[in-house]
Design a protein around this ligand. Structure first.
Ligand SMILES: Cc1cc2nc3c(=O)[nH]c(=O)nc-3n(C[C@H](O)[C@H](O)[C@H](O)COP(=O)(O)OP(=O)(O)OC[C@H]3O[C@@H](n4cnc5c(N)ncnc54)[C@H](O)[C@@H]3O)c2cc1C
Length: 380
């Protein structure tokens, strides 16, 4: 087993670290406190090719290996977790879905713009009445001539208001026990599509999350993604890959929490010495670092499987489950090390603590990851 990054991966990691230091970090706090979508940063990331890391050169991207993308998401998250999830959804869900299931025409239409950042993509699966249970979806798509007519509500869509296109899932067949979903590429300017609400969230404020209402929304039939009735398997396949992206986001957030805790512990004095002299604080730091390393290894291993084209469902769920639960514990410990100041908005750990909370929820809750893992184990 080789645990070393390649020269290219090291170069990418350094480039993103420089970008994070010089471009993201100076604006991170202002973006979070003003709930502002990081448009300018996304333009700069697109200029670096980052938004095209999952897109092949023939469609204008710079297609790298999956591990390089995960390292990138990790380092972006270390500076601003909400930016990491925007890039992850765009790359691992939207672009990947079109790349893997799209027609040549769909790829030619959407991927070059996605690679350049001219079009941000989103993924609209969840509805107000159904999140974990995708067979509980109610949005309907009815074929009429060369169009589909969509009716329903999509909830919690990351980048929902800023994306120009969505991979959207709807029911195309609903008979007795049989409910079949299909996937569609829906453009934001489709007739009768409305951004109905922006969620007021606990954290990741620079990532804007929207509700979308479709009332007789018309899309061309050629925007069907993959075969009709195959939507559930398309959604689950895409989520397998993107859960590794969320694990990477968790690792980056955790690393930042540790960075902040170590810096603070070396400066803060109590009982005549800096608090890093207390074994209780040292042990918290040791536990945080050990969990980060474990989460990183699971994440990189899942990315390695993606690169080798090996089914990754179980390993992606393991990485997402462990890294997201660990991020919450690590953010808790980092805040604890800051004492009362950790509870102040003046210190970054307060934001990280809130941002960490969503990691065990989106792209499948921890309970759903455990279901996926245990099903694999009991089937094997
Ligand atoms: C900030 C944010 C951004 C999001 N972005 C997107 C996005 O871009 N696109 C998108 O489609 N969705 C998005 N989501 C939605 C997210 O994926 C769902 O919230 C998540 O899948 C859980 O669904 P739910 O909220 O309906 O919870 P529910 O499914 O109602 O679950 C409620 C509780 O019941 C548990 N539960 C449910 N079923 C089972 C079971 N079978 N066994 C054990 N426990 C179970 C869950 O684990 C959870 O604890 C986002 C959510 C948030 C908070």
């Amino acid at each position: 087993m080789n645990f070393e990054l390649t020269e290219d991966q090291i170069l990418i990691k350094r480039m993103i670290q420089d970008f994070a230091q010089n471009e993201i970090k100076p604006h991170a706090k202002a973006l979070e406190t003003s709930h502002q979508f990081p448009k300018d940063l996304l333009i700069k990331l697109a200029d670096l090719g980052i938004l095209g890391m999952s897109i092949p050169p023939e469609y204008g991207g710079i297609k790298t290996d999956a591990l390089s993308l995960m390292i990138t998401l990790e380092e972006i998250s270390r500076a601003l977790p909400s930016l990491s999830v925007i890039v992850s959804v765009h790359s691992c869900l939207f672009s990947q879905a079109i790349l893997q299931f799209g027609t040549d025409k769909q790829k030619e239409k959407f991927l070059p713009k996605a690679a350049k950042g001219e079009l941000l993509g989103a993924f609209a699966l969840t509805e107000p009445g159904a999140g974990s249970d995708i067979h509980g979806l109610n949005t309907k798509a009815e074929k009429k001539g060369d169009m589909y007519v969509l009716n329903g509500t999509k909830a919690w869509v990351t980048t929902g208001s800023d994306a120009l296109a969505y991979i959207l899932f709807a029911v195309t067949e609903n008979q007795k026990d049989k409910k079949r979903l299909s996937a569609f590429i829906v453009e934001k300017d489709s007739p009768n599509l409305q951004i109905s609400r922006i969620e007021e969230k606990m954290g990741i404020h620079a990532s804007i999350t929207a509700e979308i209402i479709l009332e007789d929304c018309l899309i061309p039939a050629e925007n069907l993604l993959g075969e009709e009735g195959k939507g559930a398997s398309i959604a689950l396949h895409c989520l397998d890959g993107s859960r590794v992206g969320i694990a990477a986001q968790a690792v980056g957030l955790s690393q930042r929490a540790l960075d902040e805790a170590v810096t603070y512990a070396k400066q803060r004095e109590a009982f005549g010495k800096t608090i890093d002299n207390f074994q209780a604080v040292q042990f918290m730091i040791a536990d945080m670092a050990t969990q980060i390393e474990s989460a990183r290894m699971l994440t990189y291993r899942a990315a390695n499987l993606l690169d080798r084209g090996i089914p990754v469902s179980k390993e992606a769920s393991m990485a997402k489950l462990y890294a997201s639960e660990a991020a919450n514990k690590i953010a808790y410990l980092a805040l604890q090390i800051h004492g009362g100041y950790g509870y102040s908005k003046e210190f970054t750990v307060e934001q990280l603590y809130r941002d960490a909370r969503v990691l065990t929820l989106y792209e499948g809750t921890s309970e759903i990851q455990r279901l996926v893992i245990s099903r694999h184990l009991l089937r094997e």
